[in-house]
Design a protein around this ligand. Structure first.
Ligand code: ATP
Ligand code: GLN
Length: 149
């Protein structure tokens, strides 16, 4: 179903107003990624220290020569970014641009629909809760004169 379709949001993701972009990345690329996200107006990001294994295995990045490398997981950084549907592809592009080295272990990005967002302070929901003052939508509407993408 739609694997040939490069546009994830319209290809085979369930339709939603908001999506969570979850990226597992090399920790030392994190500051590059977050700087670029901030520059494009992404103001809400959650970062978690995680460990895991994939094609890279558990040893190469930090345990070369260790007797215990079979058991070692690779330390990674996880970014969770919830954005409106129209911002998903640009967030993904920015993450890839800033995180990619071309070597095994660059990471992976997962995208999933988000049903609602609630701002605890105000009780706002949906788009009102997703929008951030001075965020990407504000920046783009300054340039275009509309609430553009
Ligand atoms: P307020 O205006 O009440 O401060 P806010 O929308 O700015 O609301 P915060 O309360 O500052 O939200 O956010 C708390 C935490 O929630 C942030 O530190 C961040 O980890 C996470 N967060 C906020 N928005 C997002 C988002 N869109 N995607 C991912 N994480 C987010
Ligand atoms: N989409 C929000 C805005 O344009 C920003 C969301 C975010 O920073 N995660 O204001």
């Amino acid at each position: 179903i739609g694997f040939e379709n490069g546009n994830l949001a319209e290809g085979y993701l369930p339709k939603a107003d908001f999506y969570k972009v979850e990226a597992i990345l090399r920790p030392w690329r994190l500051s590059h990624v977050t700087s670029a996200l901030i520059k494009m107006g992404i103001r809400g990001v959650t970062v978690t220290d995680v460990r895991g294994f994939g094609a890279q295995g558990g040893s190469r990045e930090r345990q070369a020569g260790s007797e215990f490398c079979e058991e070692a997981f690779v330390v990674k950084a996880k970014l969770d970014i919830v954005v409106s549907h129209d911002q998903v592809e640009s967030v993904i592009d920015t993450i890839i641009d800033e995180a990619r080295t071309g070597e095994i272990g660059d990471g992976k990005i997962f995208v999933s629909p988000v049903s609602d967002i609630i701002r605890v302070r105000t009780g706002e929901r949906g788009l009102k809760a997703e929008r951030m003052a001075g965020g990407r939508a504000d920046i783009l509407s300054t340039y275009t004169g509309t609430n553009g993408i």
